[in-house]
Design a protein around this ligand. Structure first.
Ligand code: APR
Length: 392
């Protein structure tokens, strides 16, 4: 027997959960279909740096209580470059916007709790989700739950099912254009229950890139650039800390507190953008439409800005019978996505050591960094983009 709702949301990550929350606050019904169990979704450790525009969207969506209590507001991030003076990307000073450090895992917990409080419908552990009649007036979604096929009729479908989801593949190949760039290295990440260094800092070093970051006063996140073919089992904690400290500036290496890691993972770096982000009554949001290297900290922020534009469009449709924002959704969202994609590509290129890097490339990186350090215009441009372009 078919049930019906206004919007079916495929994927219960941050994008899908936030969309369902904003829609419900505006009296629009939705059902979220998530392939994994809730416990699995909440065990994933991902991003942690929120732009101020994202903070404001989360506040308006009434999921900010814990973030405002526990998140760390800071004025920007550092860049350390062996043999050069430390640079602070001071987004507060040069772009008028702070950043908020708050883990995606915690945010996802808050979103699930908020959905539970409002009685939102999330169906976990669904299989074989399929999208139908996307070009018709009344699309529908089928899926398997507990070995039974189910069907939900709806007005719209939101594809928030991440990079490996099914939604994007429902758009015919003849319509979809994809842009991709793969980097010849990965990031090896660890989490440790140790006090973090005070300022999140990107470190360029001839041994390779490193990043020091944090989640809470007793939870640190560290990354090092490694070859793409790295086997994570080759990296004991001792080896990780030795390599990390070798790449850090001296004062950081001397003050860092190391300890047993509680998580270790490997992430290849790539950029991917799919255009358009809509097809008939399907709208893609978040990683379903784009992934970026983590260097610019844009992935989670773009998921939030996509949801901001999409929810505005759906609210305007249901409350004012106006489809203009929905019709423009893909164009509006992609403008911001491409800005972030270009910035992440630039920052990745500036800070990493490439396997085929020549002396010329190395010198060009150094000169670029000197330019940002010395030119107020270059510094403002960098800070504006790191802080995130304002939401339209
Ligand atoms: N059916 C139902 N759910 C699915 C399917 C499917 N076929 N495929 C994937 N999913 C679910 C995944 O299990 C996941 O929980 O969709 C969800 C997508 O969530 P995310 O991958 O977290 O993507 P998104 O919500 O767009 O959030 C973007 O995640 O990877 C980071 O850097 C990224 O921080 C950014 C954030």
């Amino acid at each position: 027997m078919a049930i019906s709702t206004q919007v079916v949301i495929i994927g219960g990550g941050p994008a899908g959960l936030l969309l369902s929350q904003i829609l419900q606050l505006n009296n629009i019904d939705s059902i979220v279909l998530e392939r994994q169990s809730r416990a699995h979704v909440l065990s994933r450790i991902r991003a942690g740096m929120l732009e101020w525009g994202s903070v404001e969207v989360l506040r308006a969506a009434q999921v900010s209580e814990r973030m405002d209590r526990e998140g760390a507001v800071h004025e920007g991030s550092g860049i350390a470059w062996a043999g050069r003076s430390r640079l602070l990307i001071n987004t507060q000073k040069y772009a008028g916007r702070s950043m908020m450090m708050y883990g995606q895992t915690q945010l996802t917990e808050d979103l699930y709790a908020a959905r539970d409080d409002l009685g939102g419908e999330i169906i976990n552990q669904v299989d074989d989700v399929r999208l139908h009649d996307l070009k018709g007036e009344r699309p529908y979604v089928t899926y398997i739950k507990d070995e039974q096929e189910q069907r939900i009729d709806c007005d719209y479908i939101a594809g928030c099912d991440g990079f490996h989801g099914v939604s994007r593949t429902a758009i015919p190949e003849s319509v979809l254009t994809t842009f991709e760039k793969k980097y010849p290295f990965a990031w090896l990440a660890v989490m440790s229950e140790t006090p973090p260094l005070p300022v999140p800092t990107y470190c360029h070093h001839e041994r390779g890139f490193a990043l020091v970051s944090k989640r809470t006063p007793m939870l640190s996140r560290y990354y090092i650039q490694v070859p793409i073919e790295t086997d994570i089992d080759d990296w004991s904690d001792d080896r990780f800390w030795a390599e990390l400290t070798a790449r850090l500036p001296k004062d950081y290496a001397e003050t860092i507190v190391t300890g047993p890691t509680i998580e270790k993972s490997l992430a290849p770096l790539s950029s991917f953008v799919a255009e358009p982000m809509s097809y008939g009554r399907l709208f893609l949001a978040g990683d379903a439409a784009h992934i970026l290297p983590p260097t610019g900290a844009k992935g989670l922020n773009l998921a939030i800005s996509d949801v901001h534009y999409l929810s505005n469009g759906l609210i305007d449709h249901y409350q004012n019978n106006n489809d203009q924002q929905l019709d423009n959704y893909s164009t509006t969202a992609l403008k911001r996505v491409w800005n972030a994609a270009r910035f992440s590509w630039w920052l990745t290129g500036l800070l990493h050591k490439f396997p085929d890097q020549t002396r010329f490339d190395q010198r060009a990186q150094e000169v670029e960094l000197d330019y940002v350090t010395q030119s107020i215009h270059a510094m403002r441009s960098m800070c504006e983009q790191y802080a995130g372009m304002p939401l339209e």
